[in-house]
Design a protein around this ligand. Structure first.
Ligand code: MN
Length: 201
């Protein structure tokens, strides 16, 4: 099982990190060991002092495939939720500056939080989600604002990586990312329904 993530998929977020708006999806992977199911606490790692939350829509692959066409891509998806792409921003900035890969900043244990699975809605281009930190709304997203919609991401990623049942697609974060500290509580909502509540330890 692998986790396929899209970076810079919302233009306002690309801008807040001073990144160019991409013309092709920016893809990176996390291993299965990065997965943290909602309900378990997130243990703040000792290798970073600047862990950021990134709330994202997460789609689950139900049927595998390679070179999946955009037109049938959604037939390969069986559920959606909100998740967190935890990022060690200090390490990521250092790696980016040196032109080095991001994995240590992005793919560490517990860095991929997933909420409760919800059946796929009829229109994946019209899904709203939000993240609350300690009761305050810190991120709000709408799938219509993605630079690369879910079918495009699946078609693109499956050119390189065979997708298998159980693989997850993290579709990028809207603007509003920020740091967490021990004791913070993060609550994820999909269309107003709570899908996870997580404490930072
Ligand atoms: Mn992300």
């Amino acid at each position: 099982m692998k986790i396929v993530c899209v970076g810079r998929n919302y233009s306002e977020h690309a801008k807040e990190l001073s990144n160019d708006v991409p013309t092709e999806p920016v893809i990176f992977l996390k291993p299965a060991t990065a997965l943290l199911f909602a309900g378990a606490p997130f243990a703040y790692p000792d290798f970073s002092t600047d862990i950021h939350y990134e709330a994202e829509l997460v789609f689950r692959i139900g049927r595998g495939g390679k070179d999946i066409p955009e037109s049938s891509a959604l037939e390969h998806v069986d559920a959606v939720t909100v998740g967190l792409d935890f990022t060690a921003r200090d390490l990521q900035s250092k790696q980016k500056k040196a032109g080095l890969p991001w994995e240590i900043a992005k793919a560490f244990d517990g860095s991929a939080v997933v909420g409760k699975w919800i059946p796929l809605p009829s229109d994946v281009a019209d899904v709203r989600f939000s993240l609350l930190m300690n009761g305050d709304v810190v991120q709000q997203g709408h799938s219509a604002d993605m630079l690369f919609a879910v079918p495009e991401v699946i078609a693109y990623a499956s050119r390189f990586f065979t997708l298998q049942p159980g693989d997850l697609i993290f579709t990028g974060t809207p603007a509003g990312v920020g740091p967490v500290k021990r004791g913070d509580v993060l609550d994820g909502f999909l269309e107003g329904e709570g899908v996870f509540s997580l404490i930072i330890q």
